[in-house]
Design a protein around this ligand. Sequence first.
Ligand SMILES: [Zn+2]
Length: 310
Amino acid sequence: MAQVTRRTFLAGAASIAGAAMLGCGPDKRTSPGQAGALDIEVALHGDPTMQPTATATATPATPTPRARGAEVRLLLAETPHETPLVIHHSGVQGPAAMVLGGVHGNEPGGWMAGDEVAKWEPAAGTLLVVPRANVTALNAFVRTFEEIGDLNRLYPGNRDSPLMMERMAHAILEAAREFDANLLLDMHESWAFYAEYPPNSGTGALGQTITTGVGPRQAEFGQLLTGKVNPHVTQREQMIVRDGTRFSRPGATPAPSQANRGRSSLSAGGHVAGLTPVLVEMGQTDQPLERRIELHLLTARAALEIVGVL
Ligand SMILES: [Zn+2]
């Protein structure tokens, strides 16, 4: 069956390759690693049983759940930035939730966890996963490229933008709207741990934080999530809740701040009705890649349980 074949490819894509000490903080460049060795899109194209549709197209909302099964769409199809959106329908009435990995290409814990989440099957509703959102950056093991823009500074996106990651932001929110997603979970890494540096030290250390943007569940989601995760991790791994309100600009036409921080994924709740954005950062310093992936998966599972998809 197509689903089994697709799973095989995604499992292969999850193989752990390079690790790096880069993250969401200050741009500390290093040499590219070997991560992303398997080209997931080529794998999908090479599978004769898969017929991914080219782009997200709006379909009328239906009152009955879609039949159980998976589909793969290609975002920014037929460009160098083409990347899969994996959609699992449970066949059971329920909410939709969306998970992003690989928004920044030098944060392998996020996209390797994304590869795993893309294999999960929801118990109810629909699970949408973009495991490798910025695939060209990921293949080069850099945060992003200036000429395509920083996806996490370009929401709500623009279908016709010269910046390809601004087009990607648009495609991601289009899918979130189409399926009426109520959670956008964005998995990142930071070079160091938030708790180990003063909050205003200017280091950009955000490791082990959960930041909630403006949305219907903003006030409660961080506490619910840490309540499920923290009992199962070490003292150093404890996740800390941050209020992302100042990074959110609810409303249809947010004015970009000087650093465009008001245009991160935390602003998505202002553009998709009913959606609460949650951004998770794992620290890279003295925390092995394998553990960062585990912690992302633990957190993602808990978040999806909270919204009722798992
Ligand atoms: Zn990041």
